[in-house]
Design a protein around this ligand. Structure first.
Ligand code: SIN
Length: 276
């Protein structure tokens, strides 16, 4: 594995903020990546946690092939494109009652093995602007907590409940129960070895072993702490941009500030490992 400060020979990396996010230039993701390109893109992802590409023109098969360079592709528990179960269609228009990702979250943390990363490709963005995606560095969120709070949450686990998102908030009719899982409140990233806060407003229902009052108060404090601007970046989409984020150490939020305008795209989700 190359060092995350490796000098890039095949791509150019321009940080978006000192804390999180970088734009990557000089690569066509529609073509198979060389080993060196893969290493440099992976290193940029490990270092900046979310990376962005402009002016990419990918077929569905090329999008899946790019995702597969980083691991198996996950199948989403409720949202699959006809004929391409690995693809989630991101679709907002005048008929939408909600949009995917409008509450801070890391993807599908209700799964016992949540994804490593997600690769979102938007081809249609709102005509008059809006529809940005915001990201949070969850390493920094953890590292900037006080020692007593870190000691309190290290070793706790939390329940993540798909029902509260898919059935209750999004009003979907599901034929099988939505996934539900218990994960550490603080996880260790399997590549970088750094600790990251791993709870989110969308999926986390409660901290195990606490009363509802205790759990709600602690989670609320952790969310408000994480959502400070100093841990964030904000990506302004153009048609044919791609965002690739590491779900193990980030949260994100899709701004829905453009109704009734249209915003369309596709996402693939790369499988992860059990949080520990
Ligand atoms: C998502 O949570 O994957 C959606 C993000 C977005 O549409 O910007």
């Amino acid at each position: 594995m190359p060092d995350d400060r490796m000098e890039c020979r095949t791509i150019e990396v321009k940080p978006l903020t000192p804390t999180i996010g970088a734009e990557i230039f000089g690569v066509d993701l529609g073509q198979p990546l060389t080993g060196q390109q893969f290493d440099e893109i992976h290193a940029a992802l490990m270092r900046h946690l979310v990376i962005f590409f402009r002016d990419q023109h990918l077929t569905i098969e090329q999008h899946k092939a790019f995702g597969r360079r980083f691991g198996e592709l996950d199948i989403h528990p409720t949202t699959q494109m006809a004929g391409h179960p690995e693809i989630i269609e991101i679709k907002a228009d005048e008929h939408s009652k909600y949009v995917a990702g409008e509450v801070w979250h890391s993807d599908v943390t209700c799964n016992p093995v949540p994804p490593m990363g997600s690769i979102l490709y938007l081809h249609k963005i709102p005509d008059n602007g809006g529809g940005d995606t915001l990201f949070i560095n969850m390493y920094r969120a953890y590292e900037t907590l006080s020692d007593p709070v870190r000691r309190l949450i290290d070793g706790l686990t939390a329940v993540h409940d798909g029902d509260q998102v898919y059935r209750i908030r999004q009003g979907k009719t599901l034929t099988t129960p939505a996934p539900r899982a218990e994960h550490p409140v603080v996880r260790t990233h399997p590549v970088t070895g750094r600790k990251a806060l791993f709870v989110n407003r969308n999926f986390t229902s409660h901290i195990a072993g606490m009363s509802r009052l205790e759990s709600d108060a602690l989670l609320d404090m952790l969310y408000r702490h994480s959502e400070q601007d100093e841990f964030k970046c904000r990506f302004k989409w153009q048609p044919n941009s791609i965002a690739f984020w590491d779900n193990r150490c980030t949260m994100h939020l899709a701004m829905w500030d453009y109704y009734p305008q249209k915003r369309y795209g596709h996402r693939v989700t790369v499988a992860g490992t059990k949080p520990c």
